[in-house]
Design a protein around this ligand. Structure first.
Ligand SMILES: [Fe+2]
Ligand SMILES: [Fe+2]
Length: 195
């Protein structure tokens, strides 16, 4: 039988740190594309929310750059499936925006809350292993939380569509993160649960 806990204990944290950077950088890129598609549709259908979306997209552009800059000293490289994140983000943002402005905010809530959860796991892992990256992620997490709050506050109704869409979009985001970290997102969560 495989002893999972000793396998995890022997694992080189640098590998996980590289995966964290890779998935965060790719995720920010996906977020830029989600907001980009939403902005394109919103300009035509509900231009009043464009300024808020543009502000959030600017934050994601900044996060993406910060994660990219943190890569070289940790020998991390961008994700090889960036095009998938790009396409996935754009399609998700576009479809959500076609559903109307309420769906835009439901989509934003689902994605940002999944991101927030994963950053929480990463912070627990990094606290003792990479304090600099920990500080960077903590400051980014604050802005992601502001995006989440804005998305929640902008929803006029909280009906069936929200109840149905939240788990679907949140699940898709989790899946992309899990795939991009080769499953590391699960064991980081398991490790936190043990602590
Ligand atoms: Fe971000
Ligand atoms: Fe965000």
């Amino acid at each position: 039988m495989i002893d999972l806990s000793s396998k995890l204990a022997n694992r080189d944290p640098a590998i996980t740190i590289r995966r964290i950077l890779k998935v965060n950088h790719a995720g920010e890129f996906g977020a830029i594309r989600i907001y980009g598609a939403q902005i394109t549709v919103a300009r035509q259908l509900f231009p009043d929310i464009v300024p808020s979306l543009e502000e959030m997209r600017d934050d994601e552009i900044n996060h993406c750059r910060l994660f990219r800059e943190a890569m070289p000293t940790r020998s991390a490289k961008p994700c090889r499936i960036m095009s998938l994140w790009s396409l996935g983000g754009y399609v998700l943002g576009f479809l959500a925006a076609l559903g109307g402005r309420n769906t835009v905010w439901i989509c934003t809530e689902a994605v940002e809350s999944a991101v927030h959860r994963h950053l929480e796991d990463q912070l627990a892992f990094l606290a003792s292993r990479d304090p600099d990256l920990h500080a960077l992620i903590a400051s980014i997490q604050e802005q992601e939380l502001a995006h989440l709050n804005e998305a929640e506050n902008n929803q006029k109704r909280r009906g069936l569509s929200r109840a149905m869409l939240l788990p679907v979009i949140g699940g898709l985001t989790d899946l992309m993160i899990w795939l991009s970290t080769w499953g590391d997102s699960s064991w980081m969560r398991a490790e936190m649960a043990r602590a």
